[in-house]
Design a protein around this ligand. Structure first.
Ligand code: PRP
Length: 207
């Protein structure tokens, strides 16, 4: 039985392909993809497709993909109806709280607004601190929001810290470390146990 694997395109793409190649998978098509979205490894009977991170979760939850490689940031923000089986140790970054310098976020008595691409993560973080904040969902370049006065602070991912620095923002707190994970559809794990275990073992052996 063949398996379908959703790979997150963008940041994680190159490093994921490197790992797959080291694990002996044929990634010729993936490396020279053009505008193609589905790729076949004939030898291993694996079909790969490249998707946005949130969609990777959706495809796995619906069983269209048996496996996906996706960032822990997406996992923490999204639904959890799948098995998380492997940490690939790539795409390492952190969830952080940041703001313009001298922002007194934690002892503020006034209404606090937080912008984030990760509203659930942001809400949970402040709830744990018994802080009642308004979370505003932003789709990208979140650093812009406090600069323009949309919010008091942001919850976002930081990799090198360059974007924060170049836009004059400072880190107020580090929430947790993040990296790419392998997730598996629950039913696939039973139905295609042999193929999935083989794939995971191969990948694990080169980490
Ligand atoms: C992410 C994140 C930061 C930036 C951090 O955005 O939201 O903006 O990367 O990286 P750095 O610490 O290395 O500077 P991404 O590049 O994914 O784009 P987006 O904001 O358009 O989603």
């Amino acid at each position: 039985m063949g398996i379908n694997i959703a790979l997150t395109k963008g940041r994680l793409e190159k490093e994921t392909i490197k790992i797959l190649e080291r694990a002996g998978m044929d990634c010729t098509e993936l490396k020279d993809k053009g505008r193609k979205l589905v790729f076949q490894d004939g030898k291993e009977e694996i079909k790969y497709f490249l998707v946005k991170s949130n969609d990777a979760l959706t495809y796995v939850e619906h069983g269209v993909a048996d496996i996906a490689v996706v960032g822990k940031d997406t996992i923490l923000e999204g639904s959890k109806n799948y098995y998380e089986v492997l940490d690939l140790n790539i795409g390492k970054c952190k969830f952080i709280v940041a703001a313009m310098p001298k922002t007194t976020l934690y002892d503020s008595v006034s209404h606090i607004k937080i912008a984030s691409k990760y509203p659930n993560v942001a809400r949970e973080y402040f709830k744990k601190r018994h802080m009642d904040v308004e979370v505003i969902k932003i789709e990208g370049s979140v650093e812009l929001a406090p600069i323009l006065g949309l919010c008091d602070g942001i919850v976002d991912i930081m990799e090198t810290g360059t974007t924060l620095k170049e836009n004059g923002l400072v880190v107020l707190d580090e929430i947790c470390n993040l990296s790419a994970r392998v997730i598996v559809n629950k039913a696939s794990f039973k139905m295609k146990q042999e193929e999935i275990t083989k794939f995971i073992d191969k990948v694990e052996s080169v980490l």
